[in-house]
Design a protein. Structure first.
Lengths: 230, 230
DNA sequence: ACCTGAACACCGTTCAAGT
DNA sequence: ACCTGAACACCGTTCAAGT
């Protein structure tokens, strides 16, 4: 799980481009869970959620389709593993001592969101079954930090879930709203056409606002204001 | 495995049943956008997101598959229409004058969430293209209410999106986490097994907490505390 | 305007079998 | 232990054609 972009593909290895004949192409590394997951992420990035099929995945890996099923239960399993792998998280040692708990939380959650947005398919695939070590590690860090900050034990879970909900909602919305210019245009047209019925959101240009990062940060501040111990 | 047929077919019986003067909106005979959408919702409720196929939908409607394509662009279109229909919303007249703006907001958002949870597939299908009159009506109501409550124009969009994000994240999480007892069991087992690595969330029983409604309300209160004008 | 069947180019997964 | 092709039971959608 360490090597994220490591050379799992044999065709275009840069070091040996000039000298390389056919021979090395045959040395595909053996199929493995990690290689399957990494390739699934590549494929999802390139083709989107409907672009991942077991057949295409096997093609990219240079194996037969059914070989995948030795390493992986089924297609759902591939999705779950891909999602957790996107949220790689090594509990940084300094977060245990930093005096700026709020900064720590904001930083971790912005990183969370940024990672998911780099793989826009991931937000819509985060089910309970996908909870792997990376996601759990982030929840643990959040829990520890909030507790240290003075959030009461009785409020802790509600606070964590509210932050989770906010991040998931924001990420999912951004990923699913902003994928194509075509969608933007259609929404704008529809809104203009019906503006008489929705005067307030028309006036504030709610659906045309494009500052996603700023809006995320400001909403997060609202939430952290609300749950800070006073 | 419940092959439940709602008697919705048979080409010529609408006139022949002479004892039935009751005319409901659920008219059988002609294919129409509304009838397609309503049946799609039924099918999604019964079989889940993968259970909706154009062939099955046509079957339920007693028509050929390709007949659907006269009324509907494609399968995506069916999804979008189904999502908006779930969020039916008639702008209640009294919300314009109620003195309890916070109660109004909580009420509308709890209704929003409840409607989506009654159709758990809907949360994961809410894209920009799905924004129809019902969703826009809710955003308009939210906007008006917050504005009336004294939220500054410069904060308005951030406030609305933060509420949207929160509701969407909470609803999506609840829908996708709690669908099966099997998932719960697997999560519990995994957590117990790895509890040494995640002591804090283990101690607070974060993943076993089952009070979704309460957690939703408490998190919403955090957020509203944070964005209330002081 | 509305509906249709046949056909195309795909799917995920079971199975029995190969090394 | 690991991999495989053939086969099954499906998909969404194009097309040419019917009323």
């Amino acid at each position: 799980m360490v090597a994220k972009r490591s050379g799992a593909r044999s065709k275009g290895d840069q070091q040996s481009v000039s000298l390389q004949p056919v021979q090395q192409a045959s040395s595909e590394p053996p199929l493995s869970r990690e290689r399957i997951v990494a390739t699934a992420v590549e494929l999802l990035d390139a083709q989107g959620i409907d672009g991942l099929t077991m057949r295409r995945l096997a093609d990219r890996l240079g194996s037969g389709v059914m070989s995948l099923y030795w390493h992986v239960d089924n297609k759902e399993d591939v999705f779950d593993l891909a999602v957790d792998s996107v949220l790689e998280h090594r509990g940084s040692p300094e977060t245990g001592e930093s005096p700026d708990w709020r900064g720590d939380v904001v930083h971790m959650l912005e990183d969370w969101r940024a990672r998911m947005l780099r793989h826009p398919w991931s937000a819509s695939l985060l089910r309970r079954r996908a909870l792997g070590r990376n996601i759990l590690g982030r929840l643990e860090m959040l829990s520890k930090t909030l507790s240290r900050a003075g959030v009461a034990d009785a409020d802790l879970n509600a606070a964590i879930w509210s932050l989770w909900n906010y991040v998931m909602g924001a990420t999912l919305t951004r990923a699913s709203f902003d994928l194509s210019e075509e969608d933007r245009a259609a929404a704008q047209q529809r809104l203009t056409h019906l503006s008489e019925h929705y005067p307030t959101i028309e006036r504030s240009r709610l659906l045309l606002d494009n500052d996603w990062d700023g809006a995320f940060r400001r909403g997060l501040d609202f939430l952290l204001d609300g749950l800070s111990p006073r």
